[in-house]
Structures are given as structure tokens and as C-alpha cells.
Design a protein. Sequence first.
Length: 133
Amino acid sequence: MNHEPLTLDHRLDNRVDNIAVLRGTVSNDPQRRELPAGHQVAQFDVATRLVADARDITVSVPIAWYEPPAAALGMVISGAEVLVVGTVRRRFFRVGGATQSRTEVVADSVVPTRRRKRVAVELQRAADRLLAG
């Protein structure tokens, strides 16, 4: 199984039908780890709100952020409100002889929502990618 991250350049080689944009609160401090090929990944969860049948529901969304810039990752702490732009991916892996899966958002960018200008830039980039597809 391939654990190599999909780079933004790789995804842009194909039609852009898979763009995820979510706003929520970081639920846990990012856990950084190094993959066998030497790439860094930070993993954390973002709690976001859905409205279904006139009820508010909070869901936890797993985020995988490959090669995050150190300065940007430093702003991603538990309790921070962020905007995440990326793609949805389901990956499969083996644990104890059994195949399991996880659906997550692979982040292209994570921005604290208090940085309004940067949030606007990231939203415009996502819109431009969708319209170009």
C-alpha cells in the first residue's frame, strides 16, 4: 500500500472535483510523524457543526497535513478555530492482519479564522480551482 502523500501538483493534473472546505475548532494538538519515505505529516481533528433536520450536530473530521510549514503548524493548537481547504481521501491500511480504512481531509492549507484576509485568499483559490475544472 502506498503511504506517499498526494501533492497539490499531482492532484491538479486531473479534474478538480474533490475540494473540501471546512471551518471548525481544532480538537487535539497535531501529532507529527515522519513517513518511511521521509515526508512529514501532521494529524489532528477538527470539530465542525452540521445542521440536519433542524438539529445542530457536531462532527469530528480527521485532518492529514503533509509537509506543513512550521510557522503555520504552530498556530494549529487545540481550541483554535480554523479554515481547512483540501481534498477528501479514503485510505486503507493493515492492522494486526485486518484491513481497516479511514476517511480524512488531506489539507492543502490550514488558516486560523481570525486571519480574515488569508481566509479570503484561500476561499478564492478553492473557488478558482473548482471553476477551472
